[in-house]
Design a binder for this molecule. Sequence first.
Ligand code: 5GP
Ligand code: MG
Length: 201
Amino acid sequence: MKLKTKKSKAGISGNWRKEVERVLITEEQLARRVKILAGEIERDFRGRETVVVSLLSGTVMFLADLIRHLNLPLRLDFIGVSSYGAGTESGELVFTKELRLDVRGRDVLLVDDILDTGKTMSRVLPKLRALKPRRIKVCVLLDKPSHRVEKIRADYVGFAVPDFFVVGYGLDFAERYRNLPFVGILYPHIYKEACKIVCKK
Ligand code: 5GP
Ligand code: MG
């Protein structure tokens, strides 16, 4: 879905106004789109036994909303993958939690928060394929196609977003802002200040 971005502070509660410069996707837009995505997935998966594999931790809100609309016999598991980069740049990828469920011969729906360079997916997908699922479909809430380095595409995309570092609805900056109910952009000075602290470590 194409985004019409509003330069609006509406919907930003008092506590966040000093930090959030702009709401990119409102709570209502998220709710509407997630329901539509779930409908598409449900139709494609045709009631088949499904394993939803979600990447920690940015998917929390999206995943919770998506699966409650998915009328499929599904099991849920997580892969922990962390990028130990400073600030808003992705660094070296480290697996922090391995998959526990057996996906052999199963339909797998791989869920992530945002597809950016594609480096995360290009590490996770071969790992999953090696477990011999029947098929893997990739679902991401956000897609930042302008930043892609790896040749990866998602089967289901919530919204295509411009090349900003976004936060909220599960997505963090330095582990904060995951609890914002919308997707937004922080003021540049917030990114810079936090980066000074993180980069010094
Ligand atoms: P990729 O490996 O495709 O470059 O990035 C995927 C991961 O990087 C995402 O799962 C997410 O954790 C993080 N990421 C990439 N772009 C953004 C962004 O704009 N905001 C936030 N909060 N995380 C991002
Ligand atoms: Mg992530």
